[in-house]
Design a protein around this ligand. Structure first.
Ligand code: ZN
Length: 410
């Protein structure tokens, strides 16, 4: 409903704040409202697209801008609507974004305003442009401006040296223009292949210039349970409450690792380079004949993941991603269990638990061909035919083989 209303009018800030309050409460606490201390990531970051390090939650203010651009697009590209001449107020940011999102291929010049060779006069000759009255700038079409050099008559006041330079430059450009009779002007939307306005492309344009966060794109495409992906997202942004972070915020006296009690417990150390974690990775990767992917003591979490996944065959890459995300999540849970409940698992026991969870999560994943099976049971990959979904019959065989492997191991 908010989308339909913001399509027509600008949503008041109290409405947006109320909706955001509910969404923040749901994400961070599972309740109706949440206070600042429990919000691990700034809301502006949460509302970024997933590949830019956000959760892809819609930013309602930006969505409103993107939807309002639709009226600008219709007003410019289709003049047959009866409401075109009605007075309307458009936000400055929407107008500015629309101007850079659209270029005009001039035909007969009857619809195009302030455009020459797909470039706006506002950018080609800003001094000359500003010397023309606002009302004239708004109404004058290219066809009218070129008739009897009307555009020269429209210039008011005197132009200084720099203005004259721009005037001559513009004059040369205009001499080369030839209007095409009976060919309508065409408005082209820059951000979509169809050259037509799309609300999604307009919304995305407002995030242009933001840097991608390494690993965020792979994480958004990975097939894993949402709670595991949510944890890895926090880990990528370094927002997990490790001992090192607690110590940094004066909430803990020491910053030693809960597993090895030797080094500082950063999220990188905990999930990848700790002695305990490396043993877990060794137990996980050895049966899969992937020992060469073992993280070293200097490995960085994101670099290791994004580089090693490229060494895996494309068909098995998604399974590898699932395995990595699940292992990180269960390593974190194991650390919490050790810190808060003083319960401890041996690396081999944890690996068995990861394999068990992997086999369970495979059947839970929606529309997933259960790729993790091909990693947990290395000899089974011969059963994988093509890239299609695995039918229930194949899943039964895989489960039986998995159980047989576990029985053998015992
Ligand atoms: Zn450690």
């Amino acid at each position: 409903m908010a989308v339909h209303i913001s399509l027509a009018v600008e949503l008041p800030s109290w409405v947006i704040n109320s909706i955001d309050k509910i969404r923040r409460g749901f994400i961070w606490d599972g309740s109706e409202a949440v206070h600042g201390g429990r919000c691990s990531v700034a809301w502006k970051k949460v509302t970024r697209p997933t590949d830019l390090g956000g959760l892809g939650v819609t930013d309602l203010v930006t969505l409103g801008y993107a939807l309002h651009m639709r009226w600008e697009w219709l007003a410019h590209s289709n003049c047959s609507h009866v409401w075109i001449d009605l007075p309307s107020q458009t936000e400055k940011i929407v107008k500015a974004m629309f101007n850079i999102s659209v270029h005009v291929k001039v035909g007969d010049g009857s619809k195009a305003h302030k455009c020459i060779d797909c470039s706006s006069i506002e950018f080609l000759a800003p001094i000359v442009y500003n010397a023309i009255g606002k009302k004239i700038r708004k109404k004058r079409t290219v066809l009218e401006a070129l008739q009897h050099d009307q555009w020269i008559t429209d210039i008011q006041g005197s132009l200084l040296a720099s203005g004259l330079q721009q005037y001559f430059h513009l004059y040369d450009k205009i001499q080369n223009i030839q209007l095409l009779s009976f060919v309508p002007d065409k408005f082209v939307w820059r951000w979509s292949n169809s050259e037509q306005y799309l609300a999604s492309s307009a919304y995305r344009t407002f995030f242009t210039g933001l840097c991608e966060i390494p690993g965020a794109k792979q994480l958004s495409k990975a097939m894993a349970q949402q709670r595991c992906k949510f944890f890895v997202w926090l880990a990528l942004l370094d927002r997990c409450w490790t001992s090192e972070r607690l110590h940094r915020h004066n909430m803990r006296d020491d910053d030693v690792c809960a597993f090895c009690a030797q080094e500082r417990e950063s999220i990188q150390h905990l999930l990848l380079t700790c002695v305990f974690s490396r043993q877990v990775w060794s137990h996980l990767l050895s049966p899969l004949r992937l020992v060469y992917l073992m993280p070293t003591e200097e490995s960085n979490m994101v670099d290791w993941w994004t580089t090693t996944r490229k060494l895996i065959h494309k068909d098995k890459r998604k399974g590898f991603d699932t395995l990595v995300i699940l292992s990180w999540w269960l390593l974190w849970k194991e650390r919490n269990s050790l810190v808060f409940n003083n319960s401890y698992k041996q690396p081999s026991s944890l690996v068995s638990y990861i394999q068990e969870e992997g086999s369970n999560c495979g059947s839970v994943l929606v529309s997933s061909p259960c790729p993790i099976f091909y990693f947990l049971v290395p000899d089974v990959h011969v059963l994988y035919i093509g890239r299609g979904r695995v039918c229930n019959f194949k899943l039964c065989i895989l489960s039986l083989l998995l159980n047989a492997k576990r029985a053998q191991a015992r």
